[in-house]
Structures are given as C-alpha cells and as structure tokens.
Write a protein that binds this ligand. Sequence first.
Ligand code: SF4
Length: 453
Amino acid sequence: MNASKKVAFYTLGCKLNFSETSTIARNFTTEGFKRVDFSEKADIYVINTCSVTENADKRFKTIVKQAQKANPEAFVAAVGCYAQLKPQELADVDGVDLVLGATEKFKITDYINDLSKNDFGEVHSCEISEADFYVGSYSIGDRTRAFLKVQDGCDYKCTYCTIPLARGISRSDTLENVLKNAAEISAQNIKEIVLTGVNIGDYGKGEFGNKKHEHTFYELCEALDEVSGIERLRISSIEPNLLKNETIDFVAQSKTFVPHFHIPLQSGSNDLLKLMRRRYMRELYVDRVKKIKEVMPHACIGVDVIVGFPGETDEHFLETYHFLNELDISYLHVFTYSERDNTPAAAMGGVVPKNIRNKRSKMLRGLSVKKRRAFYESQLGSVRTVLFEGENKEGYIHGFTENYVKVKAPWNPHWVNELKQVRLSHIDEVGLVRFEFVEEVVETETLNANTHR
Ligand code: SF4
C-alpha cells in the first residue's frame, strides 16, 4: 500500500528528539514509505516537537504552514514533548490531522490508514505516568555522528522544568541493547557516537522496568569502550552530581571516550540553585571542573546556565557572572528563563522583567565568546584528531576535534567522515581554527631538519 508514499520529518529540540525521529523514520521505511526532505512534496509530514524551545507554539505553526505549502493535501502528524504536554492545543492548529502522546509516538504507522486529511486533529495521548516503558532509538544517516539514546525521562524535580511532565519517570535501555545498537551504528561506518537521554547520569535506573539501578553510568562507559569498531564516544550532557570522579578518570584513560563534558550548572548562586531545586551547590561544580582539568588539562567543558530565573537579583546575576568568569570552562549555553505551565517556578515571586532577562543573557553570551576564544587559543600548536563533516558550507568543510574545537578548511569531499590528525595553527576572522595536517607537518619538519642539518 505505501510503496509510492512519501514521508518527511521535521525535528525540534534536543539530540534525543533527533535520535527518536530517525528511529520513527526507519519504521516508516520498513512499511514501504520513501523518506524525502521536509521542503519537498510528501504525503505525510511528521513533526517531532519540543517543550523547551522558546515560542514552541509559534515555531510549530510555522512548520505546519511550511508542510501545507509543499502539499496542501498532505497528512500532518505531531509527536514529541509538546504533543504530550499540550495535545489539544496542537490538534487545534489548522492543518494538523494527528497528535500522538509519549506512549504512542513510536507506533505512529499503526495510526496511518489512507492518509486522507481529518476534519479535525485526532488526539491519542495519555497520562504521563503511563509512559513508564522504554523504547530504544538512535539516529543514523542524518549527520556525521550518531545520537544513541541510552536513557529516557527524569525523576528530578527542577522547579523550571517540564521534561518530567513530557517524558515521564527515569528509565534506561538494557546494557545489552545499548551495546547492540552501538555495534549496529559503528558497522555503518559512523565514526562518532553521542550518548544521549534526558538524565543520562541516572543510567541503569529502570533497566528492567523497576526502580532499581541494574548498572551505573560508569559501567555503561566501561562496556561501550570495549565495543569494537567505535572510533569516538561523546557524552552529550550530564548532571554535575552524577558525573563521578571514577567516570572522569575513566574518560581520561579511555581509547574512545573524548575529553568533552557538557555539564548543566544553571546558576552560580547557591540561593538560586536552591530555588531551582538543583541537587548540588556551586562548590561541587568547582570540584568537577578542577578534577576534569587535573586529569585532562585539554578537556573541553561546556556549561548550561539560565538567566532571569524568578528571584534573581542583580547581585545573584553578578555572582553567576563572576563564578563563570573565574571557572576554567570553555563555552556556555545560555537560556533565558521563560515561564512554563505547571512548573513551580511559574508561580514564584520576584519575576525578572523581560528586558533585564535579555540584558543578562547578552552579557553571558559575550562571556561565552570570550571563554571559547581563550580555550581555542590554549589549544593552538597542539596535535588533535578532527572528524570532518559532510556539509559543504560556502566552499568550506568543518569538523570537530576530540576536545570539541571547531576547525575549518577549503572544501574537500575526500575528507568527509574521515578522522585526520592535525596541528591547530591559528584562529581565523570568524573565530574558527585553521590547521595543518600532521603528516604534512612531519614532512615539513623532517624536510627542514634535513635542509638545516
Ligand atoms: S535534571 Fe532537572 S532540568 Fe534536567 S530534565 Fe530533569 S528535571 Fe529537567
């Protein structure tokens, strides 16, 4: 029935969403659908939504319009976090035919009959407590690196966050299945796997459908390090209180895990960390950074930080600014606080005016540029390994070193998806790093040595 049918996907949000879209897309292909780009004419468009994205609702409507423009007759389906949180709101958007909640999204092909448009958006959602089972996923073919889902949901109660409401309790894939998926990915010549989830440091919880921890995140890393054929493993993001010293030591001596840590901080003020109901104080964060830099001085450390949280005074903000300025970190992801329904923070006093939130966000983004440049400068002259990406951007090829330095060079299709050793030489006018290939360097140095002998 579906041989001639075309399906297109649009993903909003995080690496986890991309890994799930990729798995859902493979299910469609198994059913005989042909996957096309979202800009092309398709019979069905699937939008994987996010609840964290600023203006998620506006973004969603724009994307639905884009699909309708490409094919007004097409069937439009919405899945993902926003679809779980506000199913009826999405179903009421003109052009939407189907909205599936967290328990139904992986069974979307069961809901696809003759693809004729519905008079109104059909909703198949659930109470989030029902989403207590685990479905594995990984992305492949969309990018140079694969996102491998190892964990889902979260049992933490951060006061600004909707993710537990959208994805449910913390649960993990079985170690055996993670290793199987990792082997499948590396068998397809993917050189880098990024471990993803919601709270991956909590890996092992709910592996067999119960609350117990069958394995730890450290054990997961140990086991993955043994899977043959994997060149690079990158930890996407991990809570500071769940990043144990033994894991840091393990990464430092590992063959495959790269020296790059993305660790959410959210605030440099302990008062605000309490209001956010985070599970650590800033002193623990300092310890983690110190430990990492002790055993891996060249490691890259990325930091998530929220500005404008209710109750954040100028003093609190400056505390965060100075805390980050003094910390040996490499870049920031700055999030401007925005109220989310059904979160405790949305009912808190001390609301920070939008213009102040934006001013603070601008200041921290300026600090991030400074930190990234200082980190890149500290790496110049060092020899690193770059994984080159497949997109020709205005005649240039880009790639990332193991410690997440972004490099650039004139486009060369032979380098795509190749791992190559380079010596980082200088930073160009747009802040990206240029390099020489090591064998060339060795050649030149030998040549020089010979000529100078
Ligand atoms: S750890 Fe906190 S911020 Fe992260 S997903 Fe869980 S509740 Fe949300």
